[in-house]
Write a protein that binds this ligand. Structure first.
Ligand SMILES: [Zn+2]
Ligand SMILES: [Zn+2]
Length: 278
């Protein structure tokens, strides 16, 4: 395994601990160990009270209450904390993971413009009221039809690609998370979406989180990564860590896979602008 000279991890959640320098330090220490040279924190937007106009449902309401009780419910406090960390010399980028809902593109754009984010990750987690990647909603998979769920997911992702004011597409084929597969439907969508992603200018994250989920496969599937590489789509590498020890998890294998597909450099992002890494 040969590392890239710049190794990103832009999809990292601190939510299981406080916005404290001690807690952040543990993520930074693990980044160093794992060879990550460019770390960004990307809290879930839905946890913050300031995003209630973008997404609200009973599950989100519950999570906001939990976040508030734990002292993490305030977006401005999150931003101020990361700005202060940077002032203290900690190399950390300011990100956010946004749930894309087809009706809220414009409101999302206005929201993002109000804060000094380095990047926004756009993710589809909700198909209407179905949080398809949540353990507590897993039984809805067995009641529904996998073909239909796949079609609905990829249609929502297509709208995200066409419309969302984000920089990075999060875990693009996360619909497979529990191992409910539909290869023909998925393949049709990989082919349809790849040129649209290229045209959008967005980056796709290569997410090692899939290896830690029941599906046990990287996001996106290697077959789709190959198409994205061939199309020249910008790529970033991320872990979707929810605890310090998962920062940079699976990176040796992921970098081997990317190198085998001909990738020699990742993209980086700063102040909402992507560029090819050195
Ligand atoms: Zn996500
Ligand atoms: Zn995430």
């Amino acid at each position: 395994m040969r590392m890239f000279s710049t190794v990103t991890d832009y999809h990292v959640h601190m939510e299981r601990g406080p916005f404290s320098f001690e807690w952040l330090e543990r993520f930074l220490e693990q980044a160093k160990k794992a060879g990550v040279t460019d770390l960004g924190i990307s809290e879930h937007a839905y946890r913050f009270a300031e995003t209630r106009h973008l997404l609200l449902n009973p599950w989100v309401e519950m999570k906001q209450k939990e976040a508030k009780a734990a002292g993490h419910g305030d977006l401005q406090a999150y931003i101020d904390f990361l700005l202060e960390a940077r002032r203290r010399g900690r190399p950390v980028k300011i990100g956010i993971e946004m749930d894309y809902m087809p009706e809220n593109g414009q409101a999302m754009k206005q929201f993002l413009a109000q804060y000094p984010f380095d990047y926004a990750i756009g993710s589809v987690h909700w198909l209407g009221g179905f949080g398809f990647d949540l353990d507590e909603m897993r039984d809805q998979w067995t009641k529904g039809n996998v073909d239909d769920i796949y079609e609905t997911y990829f249609s929502a992702l297509e709208k995200l690609i066409e419309d969302a004011p984000v920089d990075i597409i999060g875990h693009a084929d996360v619909i497979k998370v529990f191992g409910f597969h539909n290869p023909p439907v998925a393949k049709k969508w990989y082919e349809r979406l790849t040129p649209k992603i290229k045209a959008s200018g967005m980056a796709v994250e290569i997410s090692t989180a899939g290896w830690r989920k029941p599906v046990k496969e990287i996001y996106p599937a290697p077959e789709w990564i190959r198409m994205l590489v061939e199309a020249g789509v910008p790529l970033v590498l991320s872990s979707d860590a929810h605890r310090p020890e998962d920062v940079g998890a699976g990176y040796n294998e992921a970098i081997d896979l990317l190198r085998a597909l001909g990738v020699t450099r990742l993209h980086t992002v700063k102040e909402r602008t992507l560029s090819l890494a050195l």
